[in-house]
Design a binder for this molecule. Structure first.
Ligand SMILES: NC(=O)c1ccc[n+]([C@@H]2O[C@H](COP(=O)([O-])OP(=O)(O)OC[C@H]3O[C@@H](n4cnc5c(N)ncnc54)[C@H](O)[C@@H]3O)[C@@H](O)[C@H]2O)c1
Length: 269
């Protein structure tokens, strides 16, 4: 088996995924850049190889909604990594903002296909390779919109609740197999996803995080937690940035009526 740890990141041609592959490549990992955008993935691989050497990055096309593509990508990637899959980051995601009835049904259904079925298919396809790699893990890119259902982001928010549930279930199920499963929960991040997003909650909260902030958090989450720390604090969910961390803690202790009132306030134009 190769000595270089290996991470595969879906949707990593741009945005948060691109920052994540950059962060891991900088630390000497082999990174797998896979995206529905073939040209973007190829460009990212070229840039990473130029910066970190030929052994730093591979990649290609992956539409996360197509299970057969997941199977082919995992097979290709592990062939090049000497069988290793230390980390799978399910990052690919889409968002359609707006009032629920104004957003075409197709867009809602596509959101579920990419954000839910894409993550589910990725976990399923990668399971054997993860199990074969000691100390492996999965990090699912969730969102602060899984704290409480978000107006004007209804299907996106619902999709991230599904990611939250899948993460929690697999964290318990796969722990015995030595696979650590976690989710990262950013608040709004400055990427193409939020560029043209004008809804009440972005106006109220602003867009303060960079893709690099999320990548740093994901890199920290990927570090091994050993001994008592692992048992006492499995850290399934990690919010990004101070406002997001405060919101997550408050939501954990506040009665649901309070959470609803806060979210109504945020969503008021
Ligand atoms: N930007 C934010 O405010 C924010 C906040 C919290 C969570 N997130 C989550 O972070 C992740 C990345 O978002 P981003 O902000 O970088 O968005 P982005 O739009 O900048 O990048 C998303 C990437 O996913 C790719 N992609 C889209 N559909 C795909 C598919 N079917 N298969 C494979 N790749 C596909 C795109 O080509 C693109 O490269 C998403 O899961 C998103 O929900 C984003």
């Amino acid at each position: 088996m190769s000595t270089r740890p290996a991470v595969l990141v879906s949707g990593s041609a741009t945005g948060i995924g691109r920052a994540i592959v950059g962060r891991f490549a900088r630390a000497g990992w082999l990174v797998g850049v896979y995206d529905i955008d073939a040209v973007g993935a190829e460009r990212a691989v070229r840039e990473l190889v130029a910066e970190h050497g030929a052994a730093a990055a591979v990649g290609g096309v992956l539409d996360v909604t197509v299970p057969e593509q997941w199977d082919a990508v995992i097979a290709d990637f592990t062939e090049g990594s000497g069988g290793r899959l230390d980390l799978l980051v399910n990052n690919a995601g889409i968002l359609f903002g707006g009032r629920f009835a104004d957003v075409p049904l197709d867009a809602h259904l596509r959101t579920v296909d990419v954000n839910v079925k894409g993550v589910l298919s990725g976990c399923h396809a990668a399971h054997a390779a993860l199990r074969a790699t000691a100390g492996s893990g999965v990090i699912n890119v969730c969102s602060a919109s899984a704290i409480y259902g978000q107006a004007e982001l209804a299907s996106y928010s619902a999709s991230k609740f599904a990611v939250r549930g899948l993460t929690e279930a697999l964290e318990i199920e796969w722990r015995d197999e030595g696979i650590r499963v976690q989710a990262v929960w950013p608040l709004f991040v400055a990427t193409a996803m939020t560029e043209d997003l004008h809804i009440a909650s972005t106006d109220a909260l602003g867009v303060h995080l960079t893709p690099g902030d999320v990548a740093e958090e994901v890199f920290a989450m990927a570090q091994p937690r050993r001994g008592l720390r692992r048992v006492l604090s499995p850290r399934v969910h990690t919010a990004v940035g101070l406002p997001g961390k405060v919101m997550a803690v408050v939501a954990d202790v506040a009665p649901s009526l309070v959470s609803r009132a806060v979210n109504r306030r945020i969503a008021r134009p």
